[in-house]
Design a protein around this ligand. Structure first.
Ligand SMILES: *Cc1c(COP(=O)(O)O)cnc(C)c1O
Length: 346
């Protein structure tokens, strides 16, 4: 049976052009800075984001980890949203490996957190209170609904952080989705942050890889941590070649994924028993609630009707569009979902 897989944009497969670029890539030993394709990708990424330097890493999780290692010392304290991937989705790696403690600020519906709460927390620095040395923001904010944090909100958060002399790290796993939604150059969204990680392997459809950008000093430091973690690579131009194609040709098309996500959200809204506000869907992540059978059981039934997506707990589900998912796939997925939901309503 045909299956439409809406579990994650990490399921995207490389484009034919990426496969050709991979086959032809000029290679060298990246551990000594000698892979021309990696160097080209890193230079392109730094330029697009308006930062001094960039570093290719194996994953978004690693990008966040080496950034935080570069920007903190053991015993430091990080402020971040309580629904963020760094807090909930990376195995607590920054606590285990960077030795930092985490202070979760409640994420608000707009994708950020209350700036008043942030200020109050920073202000509380008294005897016995851990010293905050970094603020982390996520854009788009995955678990809040793929929400886009606007440049204005980024500016305000950055201003507060700067007034306390704190750097800001942005987990921009889906940063390009945010930029496409806002129709702003991606540099506009990161000008108030000191470091940023984005994924090549999600909506940008590369097989592997993420990029860290920041000042030359920060990136040099992150590079040392990458080495220490055993993740320096050799002929990594194989990976970077796809990244170059992604930055050149796969950014603008993210708008298609957003259109498909909206189409999906509208379709879901018309199914009795599915709770969703389609107007809240901004990017390629669609969250909804489906009451009835336990979530895991429902997931199983959807899969049997040819559509896969994740149950996120408490009757909440996430569906993700990406390169390779067409509007026709969306209609097929909606038919399957509707059939399952109607059946349990009877
Ligand atoms: C996927 C994701 C990451 C981590 O990326 P991996 O490449 O899977 O390690 C980080 N942050 C957010 C918000 C993500 O969605």
């Amino acid at each position: 049976m045909r299956t439409v897989d809406l579990r994650s944009d990490t399921k995207s497969l490389p484009s034919p052009e990426m496969r050709r670029a991979i086959a032809k890539a000029e290679l060298g030993d990246d551990d000594s800075g000698e892979d021309p394709t990696v160097n080209r990708l890193e230079a392109m990424a730094a330029k697009m984001l308006g930062k001094e330097a960039a570093l290719l890493v194996s994953s978004g999780t690693q990008g966040n980890l080496v950034s935080i290692l570069a920007e903190t010392n053991r015993g430091d304290h990080i402020l971040l949203g309580d629904q963020t991937h760094i807090y909930l989705g990376e195995g607590g790696g920054v606590a285990q490996i960077a030795g930092v403690s985490l202070y979760p600020l409640k994420n608000t519906d707009d994708g950020l957190f209350s700036l008043d709460e942030m200020k109050a927390t920073l202000h509380a620095g008294e005897y016995g209170w851990p010293k905050a040395t970094l603020v982390c923001i996520e854009n788009t904010q995955n678990l809040v609904g793929g929400k886009v944090v606007t440049p204005e909100m980024m500016r305000q958060a950055g201003e507060i952080a700067r007034s306390y002399n704190l750097p800001v790290h942005l987990d921009g796993a889906r940063l390009f989705n945010a930029a496409v939604y806002l129709r702003v150059p991606v540099a506009e969204l990161v000008k108030d942050v000191d470091s940023v990680t984005f994924c090549l392997s999600k909506g940008l459809a590369c097989p592997v890889g993420s990029i860290v950008c920041g000042s030359k000093k920060m990136v040099d430091e992150a590079r040392k941590w990458r080495k220490l973690l055993g993740s320096s690579m050799r002929q990594a131009g194989i990976i970077a070649a796809a990244g170059v194609v992604a930055l050149e040709h796969m950014v603008d098309r993210l708008a298609e994924d957003h259109q498909n996500a909206y189409r999906l959200a509208r379709g879901l809204a018309s199914i009795p028993g599915v709770e969703i506000d389609p107007e809240g869907v901004q990017t390629n992540l669609v969250f909804c609630k489906i009451a009835g059978a336990p979530g895991n059981e429902l997931s199983q039934r959807f899969a049997e009707r040819g559509v896969k997506f994740y149950h996120m707990g408490q009757q909440r589900f996430r569906l993700v569009t990406y390169y390779g998912i067409t509007s026709e796939d969306i209609d097929y997925a909606l038919e399957g979902i509707e059939a399952v939901v109607r059946k349990q309503g009877r």
